[in-house]
Design a protein around this ligand. Sequence first.
Ligand code: ZN
Ligand code: ZN
Length: 638
Amino acid sequence: MPSVSLPDGSSRHFDAPVSVLDVARDIGPGLAKAALAGKVDGRLVDVRHEIAEDTDLAIVTDRDPEGVEIIRHSAAHLLAQAVKDLFPTAQVTIGPVIENGFYYDFAFERAFTPDDLERIEKRMRELAKADLPVERSVMERDEAVEYFRDMGEEYKAEIIASIPEGQDISLYRQGEFVDLCRGPHIPSTGRIKAFKLTKVAGAYWRGDSDNEMLQRIYGTAWPNKEQLNAYLEQLREAERRDHRRIGTELDLFSIQEDAGGGLVFWHPKGARIRRVIENFWFELHERAGYDFVVTPHIANLELWKTSGHADFYSESMYEPMEDDNQSFQLKPMNCPFHVLVYKDRLHSYRDLPLRWGEMGTVYRREMSGALHGLMRVRGFTQDDAHIFCREDQIESEIIGVLELTLELLEAFGFNNFDINLSTKPEDSVGSDAIWEHATDSLRSALEKKGLEYTLDEGGGAFYGPKIDIKIRDAIGRQWQCSTVQLDFNLPERFDMEYVSESNERKRPIMIHRALFGSLERFFGVLIEHYAGLFPLWLAPVQLAILTITERQDSYAREVLAALRKKGLRVDIDLRNEKIGFKIREHTIKRVPYLLVLGDREMDTNTVAVRTRSGEDLGSMGLDALLSRLDAEIASRGN
Ligand SMILES: [Zn+2]
Ligand SMILES: [Zn+2]
């Protein structure tokens, strides 16, 4: 009779087969009440799942990420049940879990309205309150096809018909509603305590634009009201910070439909910020021992065949253009170009490591539906660099890259990192020995820097292990930016060499690394992180000079010249408008400092200083102002 081993190392023995819920009860009534599912030998099952043999068991509650997913998935069923109740002619299709929530696609004769969503949500609440048991049953495939066809659910029948013959199909029933599902599910609908429907959108059946349009209803679900409210607040905050809106308000960038989707136009104010970012990047890299290269935007297709991109990366590449009986490929990456520079001459072990950086603009194919502001584009600039080094230099080079990454990202106010180390996948190139050595070097570099990381076993690219660094922005959202990728493939394909100490030809190791990732995307993240309130060192306009009457015009021009001479980015507003109006306007443009000039300031050779947050710093001379600004710029707002 079963002996059940629990995660804390203890085990319990039972005289007869038991359900997951029985085991939870045996441990304690609190756990029985909290149990949402079980994990039997690593497989998720319902709480009613019967255990007849010795097994490992973990009770899943809403404290586990899997438990939260089960709640979300069950909320999708609840949504479908409510829709079928209110709109019996709607047909159900699929309803998966997504990040922070779920959706369900329905075939319906019209679009759902906001009023419908409200009614559906209300019905969901009633069904949850009724605490209907959620029960699993099994049917043969063909029987299940008949079953759903008889109910008029053509889409479900089609999905089931595409499952291989002879397989048993599991169904979940709650009240009158039955859905095809692998499960597991919560024991009863009352376990869904905090949810909200967020929006409705069109979606094609099976994602194919040749198929009919379905109605997709999105929702979010959480273990409790506090977490739900925190998430909804984050959504509102994200909306308020949307980089597309702030980008237009502050005249930073645009995407011009006349030019094509996913192609970014940096306006003068956005380009100012970009130049500050780039200058800082070059300065840090130069200090860290990097050199810089500049390479073309297109190259002979043969190069991309040698590199392998024409094969394994072709889906992201534009069609080549023909000229002079040759095919030229627009570059999706900079790597092969840097390899060509390396190969242009013979290197000795003494030359290594070589660290070559480039702000390299690349073009990649993206479906128009996937494009999103600056976050997902077709043309973007990578803050790229490649390091060519010896095997014994991997660890110290990785340490250098990690230090540089943290210094760079911290300067932009990011102090919270989530790091992943991805190791050898099943299909890979390179010997086991080199993979092992390289992976150990990455691990050791992370540990020497005292950085916590998550291991993604088998998650590396086929050509080498990598480290990914995600940042968390001001409202807690994660963004993937930096990647450090080792590569055993390109040096082989390009037959790269260096002359070793013992005069042998050896292969260098290649490290790809981008710290911002894409400048465009990083700019989008920055806009949202700061909600457009850029710290002084980044602000496109750092100061605005505002005159009270035209009597101060020439004094204002003197102040302007003096500040510009110090390299500050200054606007001047001599318009014949009320000072309150001018202050409001430049505050809305999020200019950090406003200098108000009246007769008194002119007579005493001072400026009256206000901040964009409304603080009045009083009058001061230019020297006092400049030393304040210098200190603030040097601190980068941190
Ligand atoms: Zn389900
Ligand atoms: Zn590369």
